[in-house]
Design a protein around this ligand. Structure first.
Ligand SMILES: [Zn+2]
Length: 214
């Protein structure tokens, strides 16, 4: 913990002064363009991977980058999503899974989670991912980790669409959804492409968008 505490001092002495104008601008409000939903895994740094600064990403993290389907029971994810979409007016939502995800391994082997009752219940929200892969392949186990991770991103995007604030903005073209999987070992990010229905390298998945921007 010592290096974490000394890190705060280092931030205040060395980093803050170089970005003082940015922090002072942010002091009285935020206007992020992107709601970034990812796993709590310590190996993911959303701002580092996307090369963004404080104020640019509204970040929600939990084990397995799960978005529980909308219900009338309020939870942290539901409230944070509603705030990001309806109050802050984000125009993009990214759900970013990752390789070697412990939550996905847990979803593949729920019997091993008997001592972790809350984790087990939480990962029930990922069951649709394992069921889809099982139906597609005839069985599902650790060998299918990559496919389950990708499918989980797609299923959580489905859950996201059930949230009224999100549904309203999608229907009016004000919010766009993105499904990504970050590879911890290689740094690569695969993105779901709606037209090919596959996860592709970022440069390919967003090639069309790049062309229209030029
Ligand atoms: Zn994870």
């Amino acid at each position: 913990m010592d290096h974490v505490i000394s890190g705060v001092a280092k931030f205040q002495d060395e980093v803050y002064p170089t970005k003082k104008a940015t922090f002072q601008k942010l002091a009285n409000g935020q206007n992020p363009e992107v709601l970034f939903i990812t796993c709590s895994d310590s190996r993911i740094d959303p701002n580092l991977v996307t090369q963004t600064d404080p104020g640019e990403l509204f970040i929600c993290r939990n084990a397995g980058n799960v978005v529980p389907p909308h219900s009338n029971q309020t939870g942290g994810m539901t409230a944070s999503i509603e705030f990001a979409v309806a109050a802050l007016g984000v125009s993009h939502i990214v759900i970013c899974g990752h390789t070697d995800c412990g939550a996905m391994k847990g979803a593949l082997n729920p019997e091993a989670l008997d001592g972790l009752p809350h984790v087990k219940e939480w990962l029930g929200h990922c069951r649709c991912a394992t069921e889809v892969v099982k139906e597609r392949r005839g069985s599902v186990d650790h060998e299918n980790l990559e496919e389950v991770t990708q499918e989980n991103v797609l299923q959580q995007l489905q859950h996201l669409r059930t949230h009224p604030s999100v549904a309203a903005k999608i229907a009016t073209g004000k919010v766009k959804l993105h499904g990504w999987v970050y590879n911890i070992g290689s740094g690569e990010v695969l993105c779901y492409d709606e037209s090919s229905k596959t996860f592709e390298r970022m440069s390919e998945a967003y090639a069309e968008q790049k062309l229209t921007k030029k």
